[in-house]
Design a protein around this ligand. Sequence first.
Ligand code: 3NM
Ligand code: MG
Length: 510
Amino acid sequence: MPLDLSLYLVTDSTPAILKGRDLCTVVEEAIKGGVTIVQYRDKTSDTGDLIATASKLHQVTQKYGIPLLINDRVDVALAIGAEGVHLGQDDMVFDAAKKLLPKGAIIGISTSTVQEAQKAIADGADYIGIGTMFATSTKTNTKSILGTAGTQALLKAISDSPVGTVAIGGINHSNVQRVLYQSRCDAKGLDGVAIVSAIVGAEDPQTSAEKFTHLIKSTPTFALTCQTSRADEVDALLRDVPAIVRKMTEVHPLVHNMINFVVANFVANVALSIGASPIMAPYGDEAQDLCKFDGALLINMGTLTSESVSNYQKALQAYNARGNPVIYDPVGAAATEIRRNAVSTLMAGGYFDLIKGNEGEIRQVWGSGAVQQRGVDSGPSTLDEQQKARLTRDLARREHNVVLLTGATDYLSDGERVIAVENGHPYLGRVTGTGCAIGSVSGCFLAAHRSDKLLAVLSGLLMFEIAAENAASKDYVRGPGSFVPAFLDELYAIQTAAAKGDESWLAGRA
Ligand code: 3NM
Ligand code: MG
């Protein structure tokens, strides 16, 4: 039998998940829905019961021509003639199992570190299970939560091996496409996902498996980005900017802001000035309806409260499910333990089309060498220009999205292209909310122009920063106070010009 790991079902006989149903019936339904391989996992039953159930399961899997593996128990696999076993790190060692099992039996190994994965490959494992992807109530004694970034790092370390790979832990319909998409590194991706509760515990296991099968086979909406062949030429990109600004004003996108209370009014005014339609809606359940307008969601955690994170997660999942853009502004990401945890939770909780932040925030999201931030201000820089460009590119590459690192020079990358933007004015740093407004503006452009996310964000950023330059140059602007109304006027002026097809606002300016 060929080893197809794409939809890997792991069984569970605990009443909370099985809910009194017959395991064999559940497994048969799941196979009808597209499950490609089954692992019988039962940590509590007596050996006699294990063998009886495994034997019945084997009749089912044989009927559909897919392999049955037994978790941990090589003896049970032998007794019923299963196609193989799945072994955890504390189970029988690989060589002993290999010796006992017939030639050609499948042996899979659970791994949660690069070392364990390399060892399993050296031993000759047919595939490795990689986990734990996300925290799950199905198995609470897991070793470490890898997330997509950790999984990607592991895949990268073993990318020269053809070994099969399957991720496990907390994978469900809402995150499966992201798991496959974001875990991938250039040289190696996951061959499949292993699911317990989202199929075995589902109301209708067949429908659930069908939905997984469909999601696994189709390209996620957030991944649709076509890059033009001349994409790395900044001049060519700039030529497209005026038309994209015009398109944004025509689309008049809704931008759903989950924003901090300090800057809400200013951010709403900026969105109105550029010709978009802002709504300030911190209540997560509203996203179910709001995402249907096909606008963008901005999650800005500037004034985090005890309820924020669960509200963000609900909205994030609603927009992800619909394939509409989400922007993450991890304000003050490194400032407190609570915020650092919020970053981890949100990064594990959904896909962000754009992550935007200052150096400290982007470093915290990246996860290494994070430094304690003082308050939410940008603070002194510790990275040189080269390092900032590289950090921006590396994070975008890891997350398969776009990253904007803001500062005197802004760095923008989609993982391939890196663009440094020098526009703007020091007054922007003297007024609260300007950075937050860039998140909202980016959302408007990502909603209006979906084929090239980097170009969309670049267009909004240039409109924003050139408007700031124009405002600061007015003779009646004497400082941050008079700058604000002038800035809104200049955003509006560019919007009006762009709507008429006038491109002179950009000429020679970027
Ligand atoms: N092993 P669910 S997590 C069986 O991390 C198992 O090795 C894990 O269940 C590991 O799909 C897990 O319901 C349970 O989240 C996964
Ligand atoms: Mg085990």
